[in-house]
Ligand binder design. Structure first.
Ligand SMILES: Nc1ncnc2c1ncn2[C@@H]1O[C@H](COP(=O)(O)OP(=O)(O)OP(=O)(O)O)[C@@H](O)[C@H]1O
Ligand SMILES: [Mg+2]
Length: 610
């Protein structure tokens, strides 16, 4: 075999193997070029999943005749004006995309530069260039890619279904659209426009939220928190969903570095860390985070399609993400997701109650309703309703639902209902607290809420190295299997710092002498057993401190006000007030909500009054 220099077209086809894997990658390159050209509107059309035709039309600065000739040449780029590979300002810089795509397809570019009187068009087929011709066209660039991979049939065989290729392109455009909210985008196939987002206005965060809502769903916009943090010149911005607004997979997590969508393990790990004790392991938050990193802190030149980046200080970036998210989530305090009350309302509406006056309620106004109700209600029902009006209870005692208030109680309700979680009015089924706010009502799951409060209290006490313990009158012996007992015994010292004092008691048993005071009376056997399970999952080299959240969660779970405990009004109000000032109290340790809120307007809808 003779050593030889490869012909240009083969070189381009090899490069295409890396850069243009499928139609969606061609779409990515062409849309990135349009963004780099300063376009404010970018329209993409794909036929048969991009296989027969891709067109990308933009209103950017365009190219003149000489530039149009040159852009098909390998390593021709306008984006590295001073050979500086560090301070890269654009999405592109390699000068590879167009020649690569052109080498495997039939490509036509029509472009009109700012100042030019007419546009120019040039076609290249399987790498062979045609002639430059003047045409009429508006300012900007239109790139047409026909029969992609016709010149490399092997690649063609690997294409998936039309739907999946189109879906991949949709994903690419969505990600770019999130990073560039000021640009309007459309993506269409032969039948319909699959994505249309208009240019978002307002300040940077408003525009982002608007665009993220358009792409990730309105619910995301309503249930996310603004993230705005900075450390050592690296900026983290964006929006992160509240924990109760979660998904079964991580596909709704988006990360951008200097305007470039990236997929990075560092990022997924940091997000998991930040939400660790707020969500069950198999649930994932939704978020879109934008990192702004000084150019010399990051290398984008590690991946041919630039989908990965390398950070100079990966630990610092990770810390910024975890810290920024934790901080923002803690500030949210008790907030839970608004979609939950929507689901609750849906459930209410699904049941139609067979009451005699129901049909009238639906299309009658308020006045007629009373008349109808009175007329329709049998004596028996009215008597029962009357019997419900229990005698006035003393202050501090739960109200029977619907009972009148003394002036003093009325004043208290008036005052307390201005708080976010309102004034406690009643307890139902010894499990749920009903509270009244100025604009609606709130239902709190007392067990879930209390569990969260205990956990947060415990973390705080631990941080202050001040865990109160209570000595058991009778030390409790817990039988475990031998491995579990040893695991617990090895951690005895660490556990005692957390308020749990125990020691080995022969083979396969543990004796517990003191427990954390805040747990109150707890199921010691259950607690020790669960802790042993936790420790089994924990790397032996890891200190309990590093898994504090997990351990605290397990403890809190055993110490909580279980469902079924009767609370008086003052206790209920105390719980609500504590929730309001406790970080993360909108969800229990498993990511379920601790309360739902129904607005009066929603309730009115239920009764057809709106
Ligand atoms: N839509 C467009 N509008 C204006 N100029 C464009 C457009 N698309 C390409 N160009 C010009 O053609 C050049 C080559 O584009 P190409 O995508 O091949 O390389 P690049 O964007 O410079 O780098 P990369 O290979 O990393 O994408 C660009 O540098 C730019 O000057
Ligand atoms: Mg490019």
């Amino acid at each position: 075999m003779t050593l030889r220099r490869l012909p240009e077209n083969i070189v381009n086809q090899i490069a295409a193997g890396e850069v243009v894997e499928r139609p969606a990658s061609a779409v990515k390159e062409l849309v990135e070029n349009a963004i780099d050209a300063g376009a404010t509107k970018i329209d993409v059309v794909m036929r048969e999943g991009g296989r027969t035709l891709i067109t990308v039309t933009d209103n950017g600065r365009g190219m003149n005749a000489a530039e149009l000739e040159l852009c098909f040449e390998r390593h021709a780029t306008s984006k590295l004006p001073d050979d500086d590979l560090v301070h890269i300002q654009n999405l592109g810089f390699r000068g590879e995309a167009i020649p690569s795509i052109a080498s495997v397809s039939r490509m036509t570019i029509t472009s009109r530069n700012d100042g030019d009187e007419n546009a120019w068009t040039l076609s290249v087929e399987g790498g062979r260039k045609g002639t430059l011709e003047p045409v009429g066209a508006p300012q900007g660039t239109r790139v047409e890619v026909r029969d992609i991979f016709f010149a490399t049939p092997a690649r063609l065989k690997f294409l998936k279904t039309v739907r999946s290729e189109f879906g991949a392109a949709l994903d690419v455009i969505r990600r770019l659209a999130m990073a560039y909210p000021a640009i309007a985008f459309t993506l269409a196939d032969e039948k319909r426009v699959a994505l249309r987002v208009n240019s978002a206005q307002g300040d940077m965060f408003e525009a982002w939220l608007d665009r993220l809502g358009a792409i990730m769903g309105r619910d995301f916009a309503d249930n996310s928190i603004k993230i705005d943090a900075e450390r050592d010149g690296v900026k983290l911005s964006g929006y992160a969903g509240v924990p109760t607004f979660n998904r079964g997979n991580a596909t709704m997590q988006f990360m951008f570095v200097n305007g470039r969508p990236v997929r990075d393990k560092l990022f997924t790990g940091a997000v998991r860390g930040a939400y660790m004790d707020l969500l069950a392991r198999d649930r994932h938050p939704l978020l879109a985070l934008f990192l702004d990193v000084p150019a010399d802190h990051v290398d984008v030149n590690v991946h041919p399609a630039k989908a990965e980046v390398r950070f100079r200080d990966a630990g610092g970036v990770r810390g910024l993400i975890v810290g920024g998210l934790r901080h923002a989530l803690a500030e949210q305090g008790h907030r839970a997701s608004s979609t939950i009350s929507g689901q609750a309302l849906g459930a209410f509406q699904a049941q139609s109650m067979p009451l005699p006056f129901q049909s009238r309620v639906q299309n009658a106004d308020h006045g007629q309703w009373r008349e109808g109700a009175g007329g329709g209600m049998t004596h028996g029902l009215a008597d029962q309703a009357y019997a419900y009006q229990a005698p006035l209870s003393s202050p501090g005692q739960p109200q029977a639902p619907g009972s009148p208030l003394s002036p003093e109680q009325h004043g208290q309700v008036q005052e307390l209902q201005a708080y976010p979680l309102g004034a406690a009015r009643s307890q139902l089924h010894e499990t749920y607290i009903v509270s009244q706010t100025t604009s609606g009502l709130i239902l709190v799951d007392q067990h879930a809420a209390h569990e969260r409060l205990v956990m947060e209290r415990m973390k705080k006490q631990l941080a202050e190295k001040d865990v109160a313990r209570q000595i058991l009158l009778l030390p409790e012996v817990v039988e475990l299997d031998e491995v579990a007992a040893n695991r617990i015994a090895e951690r005895a010292e660490e556990l005692s710092e957390m308020g749990l004092v125990l020691e080995p008691f022969g083979i396969g048993a543990i004796v517990v002498r003191e427990t954390p005071a805040m747990l109150g009376e707890c199921n010691i056997k259950g607690l020790v057993q669960d802790l042993a399970d936790d420790l089994g999952e924990l790397d032996t080299a890891l200190a309990l401190k590093d898994r504090l959240d997990d351990v605290c969660a397990t403890m809190a779970c055993h110490g909580s006000v279980r469902a079924g405990r009767r609370l008086n009004i003052d206790e209920m109000n105390a719980l609500l007030r504590e929730m309001e000032v406790t970080p993360h109290s909108g969800q229990c340790n498993h990511g379920r909500p601790t309360y739902v809120e129904l607005q009066l307007s929603d309730i009115e809808k239920l009764f057809g009054r709106r």
